[in-house]
Every structure is written in structure tokens, then in C-alpha cells.
Design a protein around this ligand. Structure first.
Ligand code: HEM
Length: 213
């Protein structure tokens, strides 16, 4: 039986680089931005701490590990994660190829064209997200599922959706759990952000941590 040889040294190298890039670059950026947003919004940190302290108080053993049920109960945390992802627009757009001709506002996009879907245009649209550049996790309480699915695509969509989408949300929520239950933190300096189009932090962001209790 003939098998197609699709793994070459070159394709394996590219794949490993792609996975490292998709994983490291995105997670480090969103975590750094989340620190920036949190250190500038003490009310958000207070509500996060209240949610996570309540989770710890409900446990028989306060040192036991985080469970799936606890993760699913983190309602406010999910709003914070969504809001960070929405404002960050970590990936500035999605590439797609037109498989057949289609119409947009009277224009024909011909089959074969490469299309860049600029997702920040939806995620920062003031008609959907009032004061779009304000970090406001509470806005997610009032947004319905249809609006969210049409206007919030931090992980892309369809068959090429980010392979690490659920994993990323879990890591961010677990990180926030440890952060707010065990530490206090304040920004010392930095936090300026630029985009070229990858997000970068000019002088970094300096955070001071102190252990709780
Ligand atoms: C906050 C973190 C992350 C964000 C915002 C993000 C965002 C994205 C976006 C927008 C795409 C393109 C999806 C599309 O074209 O529809 C993508 C693809 C991808 N991401 Fe992520 N990502 C994140 C974390 C990760 C992590 C942690 C991993 C690996 C564990 C990962 C693995 C991948 C892979 C393998 C693809 C390519 C999927 C394909 O083309 O079939 N991502 N990501």
C-alpha cells in the first residue's frame, strides 16, 4: 500500500516553530496585558478576589487542587478573560481564501482571492461594545450569545479555529485563581503598549508582588 509522505524535516521544523509561536507569543502577551488592565482597575481585582476566595472557602481542604466544577463556576473570571481577549486583539486578523465569487455591499470578491478578516473592527465596534477601549468585564453580563458569536472572535472560527482556545481560557483562569488568592500586586512602572502589528511593550511592565497572609 502506498502512503503519502507528508512529514519532511522542513515541514516538521515549521510545525514546531508554528506551535511554539502560537502558544508562547499569544499567552505571554495576553497575560502581560491582563496584568496591565488589572493593575489599573482595582474594582476588578476586588471582585475577582471575592469570587476566588469564595471558591477556596467552600473547599473541605483549602489546599486541595482546583477542580473542573470550580473552574466552571468562575463567572466573573470568564468575563475578565473575555474582556482581556476582546481589547487585546492579540491576532489582528484572520486569513481566508474565497472558494467562489461572493458579494459584499455591491462589490464582487472573486474566487481565489485572499481575504483578511479584520476582527478588531468587530471587537472594538462602539455600537456593540460601548466605550470599546474601556476595560469593563461587567459588560459581558448584558451581551447575548448571538451578539457574542458574531462580534467576538479572538480565537478565529470555523474549521481553522485556534487549537488552543479552551486550553488558553483554562490557563488564564487558573493563573488568575493563583494570583488573586495568594498575592497582592501593584504596578511599579511601564505598561505602554504598541502594535506593529504584533503587540509589544516598550519598557515592559514592572509589577510588585507581595504574598497574602
Ligand atoms: C490567548 C491565547 C491565544 C489566542 C488569542 C489565539 C488566537 C488564534 C487565532 C486567531 C488563530 C487563527 C484561527 C483562525 O484562522 O480561525 C489561532 C490558530 C491557532 N492556534 Fe491559537 N491562540 C491562542 C493560544 C494558543 C495556544 C496556547 C495554542 C497551543 C497550545 C494555540 C495553537 C494554535 C494553532 C495550532 C492554530 C492553527 C489552527 C489551524 O490553522 O488549524 N493557540 N490562534
Amino acid at each position: 500500500m502506498e502512503t503519502e509522505k507528508f512529514l519532511t524535516v522542513d515541514s516538521i521544523t515549521q510545525l514546531l516553530f508554528g506551535i511554539l509561536f502560537a502558544n508562547f507569543e499569544s499567552m505571554s502577551t495576553i497575560l502581560t496585558l491582563t496584568f496591565k488592565f488589572l493593575s489599573e482597575n482595582t474594582r476588578v481585582v476586588e471582585e475577582l478576589a471575592a469570587e476566588h476566595d469564595a471558591i477556596v472557602r467552600k473547599r473541605e481542604n483549602p489546599n486541595s487542587r482546583l477542580t473542573w466544577e470550580e473552574y466552571k463556576s468562575m463567572t466573573f473570571t470568564q468575563m475578565v478573560v473575555n474582556e482581556s481577549l476582546r481589547i487585546s486583539n492579540n491576532v489582528p486578523g484572520l486569513f481566508r481564501k474565497a472558494l467562489k465569487d461572493f458579494q459584499v455591499k455591491g462589490y464582487t470578491v472573486p474566487a481565489g482571492w485572499t481575504i483578511l478578516l479584520v476582527t478588531p473592527a468587530a471587537q472594538l465596534n462602539p455600537e456593540t461594545f460601548k466605550d470599546p477601549i474601556t476595560f469593563n468585564p461587567w459588560r459581558w453580563k448584558d451581551l447575548d450569545q448571538v451578539t457574542i458569536s458574531k462580534n467576538f472572535m479572538p480565537f478565529g472560527g470555523g474549521t481553522r479555529q485556534c487549537a488552543g482556545a479552551e486550553y488558553s481560557k483554562l490557563v488564564l483562569s487558573t493563573f488568575l485563581h493563583v494570583l488573586v488568592t495568594r498575592f497582592r500586586f501593584t504596578k511599579v512602572k511601564g505598561g505602554d503598549v504598541s502594535r506593529t502589528p504584533i503587540i509589544s511593550f516598550g519598557d515592559g511592565i514592572h509589577i510588585k508582588f507581595t504574598a497574602k497572609n
